[in-house]
Each structure stands twice: as C-alpha cells, then as structure tokens.
Design a protein around this ligand. Sequence first.
Ligand code: GLU
Length: 422
Amino acid sequence: MASQRQVAEAPNIWAVAQQQFDEAAEKLDLDDGLRRVLRVPKRELTVNFPVTMDDGHVEVFTGYRVQHNLARGPAKGGIRYHQDVTLDEVRALAMWMTWKCACVNIPYGGGKGGVIVDPKKLTLRELEGLTRRFTTEISPLIGPDRDIPAPDVNTNAQTMAWIMDTFSMHNGYTISGVVTGKPIAIGGSLGRNEATARGTVFTLLQASEVLGVPIRGARVAIQGFGNAGSIAATLLAQEGATVVAVSDSSGGIVNPKGLDPSKVNAWKREHGTVVGFPRSETISNADVLEADCDVLVPAALENQITTHNASRVRARIVAEAANGPTTPEADEILNERGVFMIPDILCNAGGVTVSYFEWVQDMQSFFWTEERINESLKGIMDRAFGSVYEMSQRHEVAMRTAAYMVAVNRVAEATTLRGLYP
Ligand code: GLU
C-alpha cells in the first residue's frame, strides 16, 4: 500500500514524458514509424568517474548525458547536480528539451545531463574537480556544433566556465560556444541569467491578456527560489503583482500583504533559506502550491502538483517555470477545474532561447545589447504563445496538448524531410 501511494505521488517521469508524447502523436495522427523514432532518445551515455576529495580520498560519481533528437539541430539542454538524478529523469528532461526548442522554433534538438551528487555537501574545489572530470567523460558527445550544455538545477555560470575551460584545454584553444549560461566576461550573454524568469513573465502577460486577468494587482505564489523563482518574483513585482508566498527546499513563507522580493533575496543570501523572513508566516514547501493566490509559479522540481494537491490549488493560472512540475493526472484535474496552464515547454523556454542568442553571439564574436536580447526574447515568446494558444483554440485542446502538437509537428516534419539513413 505504501509503495502504491508512493507510485501515485511520484510517477516515473520518463513514463510521463512518453505518455505526453503518445497523446500528441495520437492527436497529430503521426505515422507509426515516426512515433517509434521520436519516443526514445537517440543517444545515452552513462559515466562513472573518480574525483579526489579535499581530504585526499577518492569518490566515484555517476553522471549522464542524453541526446533525445538532433533532427532540427545540435542537442541543447542543461546539466543538473542533484542527489536524486536518475537516467530516466535525464531521458525525460532531454525529450522535453526537444519539444521546448521546437515549441519556440529555435534550431536545436534536445539533450540533458545530470550527476548524482548533493552539491551542497562539496567544497568549491571538489565541485570544480567533479565538473572538470565529468566534462572530460562526456567530451565525446559535446561540442558547439553537436551538443551544447547549459545551467540547470544546482549548476550556474561558474560551472559553465569550468566546462568551457576544460573543453578548451582539451582542444588547445578557446571554444566558448560549447556551453551557454557562461559568465559575461568569457562569452556569456547579457540577459541570460534572467531569461527563464523573463520568458515566464512574457507568457504570463500574454495569458493575462487572453483571459482578461490583469497581472497588475494579481497575487502570486512561487515554489522554488533559485534562478527561475527568485528572478520571477522580482520581475512580477515590477509588473505590479503582489508576491504572497515563496519557498525553497527548506520551507516556505507567506504574507497575504506581500513579500518584497529584493528583501527576501537578501535574507536568503544571508541565511541560506527564505524561512524566517521577518513578518512572514512559515509554511511548508508543498503548502505554497495551495496558497491563496491568482497565479502559481512552480519553479522547483518535477512531480510537485499531483493528485494529492491538485484539487486544492487555488490559482487561476499556473505558469510552469520548472520542468515537469505537474503530473498528467493532476493536469487533468486542473484542466477540469478551468485552471489555465502555461506548460513548461512553453513557459520556461526563455532560458534556452537566450542560450541560443548566446551561442549565436559566440559563433559571430559579436555581442548584442541587453535591449536587443530582451526584445528578441519577447518576440520569440509572444510568437510561441500565439501559436500554442491558436492551436488550443482551433483543436479545442488544453494548452499543454497544444504546445506538444506545435512542437512534435515541427520535429516530425524535420525528421520526415531528412528521411531515414541509410
Ligand atoms: N536548463 C534550462 C532548461 O531546462 C536551460 C537549457 C539551455 O539553456 O540549454 O530549459
């Protein structure tokens, strides 16, 4: 019984990704052969590699790099460091990257990487050693024209700098286009750090327009206070929204009168968590999903909105800044309840879109202004939202199904046009 409950709470994420694809393939009446090609990853690499820890002993870590599909261009997708990483999770995330890049129509396939590690338990030097050796182990796969990693959960610009340097050392010259999300000083792009959150806000502004629910004055709850969540809080407050609840892996805080994102950020920097923030009530990380609000932004990990809490979500709009935060069963409950879902492959595509701009700038060694980047990002996000919304209206399907239909259609077309080799 206990294990059954666990299965219900946390379905296998790879099975979920395949199920979502199958549904879209059915709606698009996709050819059987094409379905067989697109529902599995093209390449998977598992690496076990040693790292010398600060006290001199050797640890062996396990990591993965998966390339789901390369029909529309090189593989693109982040690398995450987390104690719960599994090959199935990386497969799902790689597949979602294929659909995400196709959904916003940027010329990439999908990939993802992960290392099983709790990075909070490692020193900076150990993290550098782990990153450099992992880069070496996956170097047969990566490269600016074949597979381009980026930050994801628990990795950042510094991680990307180490990857870029290691890859460049192997080749004897600087190859900045091998990763995106780098520091500005070594070929990173202005606006990349804020891009996932900014893209989320652009999709929310579009949703607010079609629904007639203004963002100005809306009450927002945000689960996760990392790169996506913390910056989304700041940008939404700038748009006139009231951030009423936020959380991180240690817990959540709520104040119906509003939390000042810049002060919460400062508190988190000092105390390592949002918990304990003055004039806020402490709640759990899961409670944030049920907070009294108009807009809910899950910006943490997968499988957060499940059958157990979906009926208690009070928001009118859910903007998925995280990858895979809603299980398919929960999705159905929310759809039935009339909650407007902005699906992950659309909602959080701002990150990879500015990664694309970074890669283009690196290849051309010509760097754009932040204004040009943010305007171009808005253009791509607004167009993508428009195509998905139009698809959902035309076929009378939910936004997630529509996003999959737009994306899978593009990948299927590319695959069909290229034909099968040999
Ligand atoms: N990790 C981010 C995502 O899931 C960004 C990927 C990228 O920029 O390549 O979309």
